[in-house]
Design a protein around this ligand. Structure first.
Ligand SMILES: [Zn+2]
Length: 64
């Protein structure tokens, strides 16, 4: 098992960070991570999802 991190910006504007484990023996395994805010599903190649985190808004500062 190797740890992987998937990070994306959901359509609701939230940055979602998923920590998961991938098994090199099953490279095509897929898990569904749900946005903690709106529930939008996101498919990631992983064996097991460890945690779904809301990434801090500080990570990016949108110009006004
Ligand atoms: Zn969302």
């Amino acid at each position: 098992m190797v740890g992987i991190v998937a990070l994306w910006r959901c359509k609701c504007g939230m940055r979602v960070k998923v920590v998961a484990e991938a098994d090199s023996n099953r490279p095509l395994a897929t898990q569904v991570a749900l946005c903690p805010k709106c529930g939008e599903p996101r498919f990631i190649h992983a064996e097991k999802i460890i945690s779904v985190i809301q990434e801090s808004e500080v990570a990016y500062s949108a110009p006004r």
